[in-house]
Design a binder for this molecule. Structure first.
Ligand code: ATP
Length: 413
């Protein structure tokens, strides 16, 4: 494992530091993934004391060939949590002080103090994430794990470390679904019972919306996000997050299949999940979606894009099937985020939505407002109206090719 670590971005630098101090250990997802023969996305590391000095040393030692010329890698220090991160173009190392945690109240942030390796493993979410690989000192290369961790990893099983786990930190319910989907692991029987009991006991209501949102964003960003959402649905997590969220696999899959590369898969999936809110006959549908996404702390730009996409769908479902001409398709889709049109396509308007995605939205005039000003028209909304009228002709194939024809039509319009 140490040999494989040496071939990962940041691995040689980490091992070099571990020759200087004894307390550096790899932990969490990185150890799990290396044991499974996968490539970890980032390296999680623990140290016995302050994480900042190691972060500074690693930042300074990131290979010059892995950073743009003259670019210095600055460590990110989160002093409140005594954690630090080193992030550069090719890799990421997260460093945390070994700690013990206790929960003052269910769902609250834990009280934290310095701890032993064993205590640090005992605060983790699932046994397969509670394995440590010391990189220095006498125990270098020796796996330290909570009871049953290695067996669970081998058997492909997700198990919490103790009965209070989901009550202490209900975001682990979302993590459970995400790992089950990504790793293809089964949820151990008692863990499944505890998860159900926590959901029935409305444990998720005790956590801040921001923390739920952070885990939801991780699920939406998974390589197979549909699988992660399916696992959340099956577990009852989606229902607990909001009773109207709807997971429909065929719709989500069709949405992703239609989405062009400039669309955002995570936002398209989220728009599909919140769609029932947009389909309600009463109330301010957009406001309800905005409130929900604000509660989950989505950035305003993403929130507005999802809300606009979702609320456009009911109208698109009416207008797109009736749109015989490309200009009518354009009029219906105008101003709607791409994810909204795609979602309408996935819900039965594949023909017109596909046409808009592949053809209509790429049609542009060769002339601009400047050409009309140069031809003697005066500035004002009239210019926009004329360009729009010409574009309609162009879209519907009622105009000869070239700028001359466009200009003539615009002046005549
Ligand atoms: P990924 O492969 O998605 O990055 P990871 O296992 O590395 O997964 P992180 O979110 O980076 O996950 O967290 C690193 C480690 O910290 C986890 O493996 C786990 O041991 C621990 N951890 C993270 N979140 C929690 C939590 N809510 N409760 C307990 N332990 C956690």
């Amino acid at each position: 494992m140490i040999g494989r670590l040496a071939s990962l971005p940041g691995g040689p630098e980490l091992l070099a530091q571990a020759r200087r101090r004894e307390d550096i250990a790899l932990v969490g997802g990185a150890v799990r993934d290396l044991l499974l023969g996968h490539w970890p996305r980032e390296l999680d590391v623990t140290v016995a004391g302050d994480s900042a000095p190691l972060a500074r040393a690693l930042s300074a030692s990131v290979s010059p060939s892995e950073r743009p010329y003259g670019h210095v890698v600055e460590p990110i220090l989160h002093e409140r949590f005594s954690t630090a991160s080193v992030v550069w173009d090719y890799g990421r190392i997260d460093i945390a002080e070994l700690r013990a945690e206790s929960y003052p109240a269910p769902g609250a942030l834990p009280d934290v103090r310095s701890g032993s390796v064993e205590e640090d493993l005992a605060r983790r979410d699932f046994t397969v994430n509670a394995i440590s690989l010391p990189l220095g000192g006498e125990r270098r290369g020796e796996l330290i794990a909570v009871e049953g961790a290695l067996e669970d990893l081998q058997q492909g099983r997700l198990r919490v470390l103790h009965e209070q786990s989901f009550r202490d930190d209900p975001t682990r319910l979302l993590r459970l679904a995400r790992y089950a989907a990504r790793l293809g692991f089964e949820v151990e029987t008692r863990t499944a019972e505890l998860a159900r009991a926590a959901l029935v006991g409305r444990a998720l209501e005790t956590v801040s919306g921001a923390r739920v949102g952070a885990e939801l964003r991780l699920a939406l960003g998974e390589a197979d996000a549909v699988a992660a959402l399916a696992a959340m649905d099956e577990l009852g997590v989606l229902l607990a997050l909001h009773p109207r969220l709807r997971f429909e696999r065929p719709v989500l899959e069709a949405t992703l299949a239609l989405l062009p590369s400039e669309g955002r898969p995570d936002l398209a999936l989220l728009a599909a999940l919140v769609l029932p809110l947009a389909l309600r006959a009463q109330g301010d549908q957009r406001a309800e979606i905005v409130v929900l996404l604000d509660r989950w702390d989505f950035p305003a730009g993403d929130r507005d894009r999802v809300a606009s996409a979702a609320v456009a769908v009911p109208r698109l479902l009416e207008e797109l099937p009736a749109a015989a001409r490309p200009s009518a398709i354009r009029a219906a889709a105008r101003g709607v985020p791409i994810e909204g049109v795609v979602l309408a396509g996935a819900l039965g308007c594949a023909g017109p939505a596909g046409r808009w995605l592949q053809e209509t939205r790429h049609v542009h005039l060769e002339i601009t407002g400047d050409d009309l000003l140069a031809a003697g028209l005066s500035e004002g909304p009239e210019i926009g109206r004329r360009l729009e009228a010409v574009l309609k002709l162009r879209l519907d194939g009622e105009l000869a090719d070239g700028r001359e024809a466009e200009l003539a039509a615009a002046l005549e319009a």
